[in-house]
Every structure is written in structure tokens, then in C-alpha cells.
Design a protein around this ligand. Structure first.
Ligand SMILES: [Zn+2]
Length: 313
């Protein structure tokens, strides 16, 4: 039978500000707020949103667009929608909803994309902050961080992170875990400007330093701005580093109806279909604001990891 699944860890950097909204919902001064982790309150890109974007772009790459992309609902004449064939790389890897013969969950599963490194303006220029919860995503343990201190490889004079002026200390007990970021292809200019803060302070700083932009609603029929339709939305700033995981399931363990999956033979094939979307992420982006110069995400690295994956959403 062989292994049941294989996990790839993917890192990416925001080329534009990224907004993935909650679909309405006002939060404080912002009309369109981002999806947040319910516990940490740090904005994230839900795995379900990632799966939809990956599906659309992989369908473009595999000449299966638009039928096998999208939600898969046929039109009023019953045409289009997911083909649901065992030889279709999109429908087998991303699943399909066709009712005849039942649906199929898909061979790839996506975790949420979480903030690993977040850029903050300081008097020294930008510094990218992380925290114990974020570093745990790459297998690093940092303990004993004080809620009112910035930790760096060398101690120095106090540093302002946005509005907050905080003392700088070395990582406690020599817990400099920057080596855990090796192999993720994070640019050197970021790796030289890292700092860690506690989980609580990280959430506070991220939420105080999101981009808030103002835009105008466009009437789709006239192409003109709607009167009084100015709205604000928040976004992760350009050069935020995100991390997510893709779980590839073993195709030989699944059937489409009565047929074996023929589009992909093994877990590497599954991931190969997934990663055809990566060049499109950098051109077309994630989130609902692609036409406004938003959401482009450059993949920096994708690495197969052996540890147990986070539960897929
Ligand atoms: Zn298909």
C-alpha cells in the first residue's frame, strides 16, 4: 500500500498587499476586515481560499479552465462544471462536486497560510518580526519571551516597532532559532533584519501595522464609481512572509466511482499538479482584489517534510 500522505511546506512572500476578506463584517475602523485566527487574532489566508485559488490556476496551467476550475456547478443547460473524470488532473487532485456517481474530496489538502515573518517600520528601517507560535510552524521552540521586549541575535539600544519603543535583548538561553529558517529561501535582506517578540505582542504589533486602504466600489454595469461607495479594507503588507502546507494523498488508496485514479500515479504527481499554480500566484494573486494591484504572492520554497501535518481545513 505504501504511505498514505506526503506533506510539503511552502513559504511565500507578498509582492503586493494581500487582502483575503471575511465577506463583509466591519471591524473597528475598517469596512472589510481580514480573516483572523480565532485564538491569536493574527490575520491568515484560510486553506479553503488557498484551495480555490490553486484550483483555478492549476486548471489554467492544465488547459482545464474554466470547466474544471471554480465551484463546478453546470450552467442552466447542464453544460460545463467539473468533468469528474479519473483522468482529469484537476478534478482528481482538487476534488469535484458532481452529483452523478457522487463527489470526490480531492487528493490535495491545504492548511491555512499563516504569517511567519511580518515587516514593521523602525528607525533602523524595516525589521521582520516573528514569535514562538509562528516559529513552531518550522519546528523551532522558543521559550521564556517577555511581553515587553524585542529579542535579536545581539542586544542593542531600544527599538521602535511602529509606535512601540521596546528594549532589545539577546534571545534567552541562546535560543536563536534563525537556523530553522535555513532552506526556506527567505531573502538575505530579511534574514539579517529579524526579531522575535512574544505571541501576545506579535498579535498586537501585526494588528496595529496592517495596511488600511481606501477604495471605491465600481458599478459593474456602468463601470463608474458608485456614489458614496468609498470603503476601507485592511491587508497584510508587501513583503510579509507566509507559510502553508499542502498534503498530498496517495492516489492508489482512492477510486473515482469504480475506476482507479489515472491522472496521477503517486503523491509526487499530486504535488506536481498543485505546484503548476505557483507561477500564477505571482502574476494573478490571491484574494478578491486582483484587479486593484493586490494579492500577488511569490513562492520562495516548497519542501517535503516528514513530520505529521497540521490538520487540514
Ligand atoms: Zn475535470
Amino acid at each position: 500500500m505504501g504511505e498514505s500522505f506526503k506533506t510539503h511546506r511552502i513559504t511565500g512572500i507578498a509582492v503586493d498587499p494581500i487582502h483575503v476578506g471575511t465577506g463583509g463584517g466591519r471591524l473597528g475602523r475598517v469596512d472589510q476586515s481580514m480573516v483572523r485566527d480565532p485564538v491569536t487574532r493574527v490575520p491568515k489566508i484560510p486553506g479553503s481560499s488557498l484551495a480555490g485559488v490553486y484550483r483555478a490556476y492549476a486548471a489554467m496551467a492544465k488547459n482545464k479552465y474554466p470547466d474544471c476550475a471554480g465551484q463546478g456547478q453546470p450552467d442552466k443547460q447542464g453544460k460545463g462544471g467539473h468533468c469528474g473524470k479519473p483522468e482529469c488532473p484537476i478534478c482528481t487532485v482538487f476534488g469535484f462536486a458532481r452529483s452523478a456517481g457522487g463527489g470526490f474530496a480531492g487528493l490535495a489538502a491545504f492548511s491555512d497560510a499563516q504569517v511567519l515573518l511580518f515587516p514593521v517600520a523602525t528607525r533602523e528601517g524595516p525589521v521582520w518580526i516573528t514569535c514562538p507560535a509562528a516559529m513552531r510552524l518550522v519546528g523551532a521552540e522558543i521559550n521564556g519571551l517577555n511581553d515587553a521586549t524585542v529579542y535579536r541575535s545581539t542586544d542593542g539600544s531600544p527599538l521602535n516597532l511602529g509606535w512601540l519603543l521596546l528594549p532589545v535583548e539577546k534571545y534567552p538561553n541562546g535560543q536563536d532559532s534563525q537556523s530553522q529558517l535555513n532552506g526556506l529561501q527567505i531573502p538575505e535582506y530579511i534574514r539579517q533584519r529579524l526579531a522575535a517578540v512574544s505571541d501576545k505582542l506579535f498579535s498586537h504589533i501585526v494588528n496595529s501595522n496592517l495596511e488600511v486602504r481606501t477604495s471605491v466600489s465600481i458599478n459593474p454595469e456602468t463601470g463608474a464609481a458608485e456614489e458614496g461607495a468609498l470603503f476601507t479594507y485592511e491587508a497584510l503588507p508587501r513583503s510579509t512572509v507566509l507559510l502553508w502546507e499542502v498534503i498530498s494523498k496517495n492516489p492508489t488508496h482512492f477510486k473515482v466511482g469504480d475506476a482507479a485514479v489515472s491522472a496521477v500515479q503517486d503523491m509526487n504527481n499530486v504535488f506536481n499538479v498543485v505546484e503548476t499554480a505557483h507561477p500564477y500566484l505571482e502574476c494573478l494573486g490571491v484574494g478578491g482584489m486582483g484587479t486593484r494591484g493586490m494579492g500577488r504572492l511569490r513562492v520562495l520554497s516548497s519542501t517535503a517534510i516528514s513530520q505529521q501535518p497540521a490538520a487540514p481545513k
